[in-house]
Design a protein around this ligand. Structure first.
Ligand code: TRP
Ligand code: SF4
Length: 404
């Protein structure tokens, strides 16, 4: 596979956590819905990743999977735009994970910040396991097997994408070179013609000697423009550019979600464990009740006490859901005690109801048609598998393992 496709590819996964809430919608799903029209997207349920922390009660994973997939679909993730699948339906992830594990230094995994953090946070669980240590490497396999150039993730996952880049680099370094690589690469340069070849060499030199990123990008663009070279030569020249050999596994980039941070009903981060969520399938009555009982600026004890929106979680919702007019109305009305808190909350309630009503209705349709949901995932998993098989073939080939 060439770097051209990889730049068009997006992959992201979510652990099956059950029904999603507004935090997921604004943190992840809105972004996926947008990306699915701009890139070739693969979105999957990371059920094996869930198993690393829930191996003692794996039965809870199944329901969580379907609840989550229904919410994806209801919120607009579209099986005709993106490939949707379940990790364990594509066993190629596991084989790549195993092969990568052979060449991944233990220290790389032990140093991933989430490793120690999670072990500290999940004190009630015994995750002192081989599988849990390998969590980020399994994630690397997820990404690399689709040659995905972009991985939308939250800040907590950036270190995992970094690890993935290092693993890809190490793999390419170990297995991407053949003894005659330099010679073949030189002849590929020559085949592009004198002028293009010279420009390529100049840019390559600039990048390799001065680390000039722009030169690298220009050279990559130059290669993409060459209509007259073979795919193999193009890959070689991409690899030669960066100093290594042939690129077998593409290095991905984290695509940080610049999403609004969704506060929970109590102003802390929205999270099921804080019991401060509004679910995507929340009923209208419950939305009303939950917002109406939200805490506000503690200084507003009486209706006549002025308040400060900066000290109120409701304001954070206005920042996400309200237009400038409404925000001005809140700012003025709160500070002057011109409006009451219930009044202030009404536009938030209206906005959430308006956003969630179509989602809830679509979710109902999928709930009553589980076969359709399963068919979507089966089809997506088959498609993902085709792509994963191609990479695995190249990986085995590079390692000299295609003998079976
Ligand atoms: N580790 C991710 C999380 O906890 C889920 C995940 C698994 C993932 N594999 C991935 C995300 C590959 C992006 C790409 O959220
Ligand atoms: Fe919060 Fe609005 Fe009440 Fe001010 S008026 S304290 S912003 S709910």
């Amino acid at each position: 596979m060439s770097s051209i496709d990889s730049q068009r590819r997006v992959l992201s996964g979510m652990r099956p956590t059950g029904r999603l809430h507004l935090g997921h919608l604004y943190g992840v799903i809105h972004n996926w819905v947008k990306l699915q029209h701009e890139y070739e997207c693969f979105f999957f349920v990371a059920d094996w990743h869930a198993l690393t922390t829930h191996y003692e009660d794996p039965h809870i994973i199944e329901d969580s999977i379907w609840d989550m997939v229904i919410d994806w679909l209801a919120a607009g993730v579209s099986p005709s735009a993106a490939t949707l699948f379940i990790q364990s339906k594509v066993p190629e992830h596991a084989e790549l994970h195993l092969l990568l594990s052979m060449m991944t230094p233990l220290g790389w995994l032990e140093r991933v910040p989430s490793y120690k953090d999670m072990q500290d946070n999940l004190k009630d669980k015994d995750i002192n396991t081989y599988g849990f240590l390998g969590y980020p490497l399994l994630q690397s396999a997820d990404i690399l097997i689709y040659q995905a150039g972009h991985v939308p993730v939250g800040a907590d996952q950036v270190a995992h994408v970094e690890l993935t880049r290092e693993v890809a680099r190490r793999f390419n370094h170990l297995y991407g070179k053949s003894s005659d690589f330099e010679e073949i690469a030189r002849s590929a340069v020559a085949k592009m013609g004198k002028k293009v070849g010279r420009l390529y060499d100049e840019l390559r030199k600039k990048y390799q000697e001065q680390g000039d990123q722009e030169a690298l990008e220009r050279a990559q663009a130059l290669l993409r423009e060459q209509g007259n070279i073979t795919l193999g030569d193009r890959e070689r020249l991409f690899g030669y550019l960066e100093g290594g050999g042939k690129i077998i596994l593409a290095e991905p980039q984290a695509k940080l979600t610049a999403a609004a941070k969704m506060p929970g009903l109590d102003g802390r981060k929205m999270s099921k464990s804080y019991d401060n969520i509004i679910a995507l399938r929340e009923e209208v009555d419950d939305i009303n009740r939950k917002v109406k009982t939200m805490p506000t600026d503690p200084a507003r004890v009486r209706r006549t006490d002025p308040g400060d929106p900066a000290k109120c979680p409701v304001w954070q919702f206005h920042e996400i859901f309200s237009d400038q007019n409404t925000r001005d109305w809140v700012q003025a009305g709160c500070r002057s005690a011109g409006i009451g808190c219930l009044q202030c909350k009404q536009p938030v309630i209206d906005a959430i109801v308006a956003e969630l009503t179509p989602i809830r209705e679509r979710a109902r349709q999928f709930e009553s048609n589980p076969d359709m949901v399963k068919a979507i995932i089966s089809e997506g998993s088959e498609k993902a598998r085709d792509s994963a098989r191609d990479t695995l073939h190249d990986v085995r080939q590079a390692m000299g393992l295609n003998y079976r």
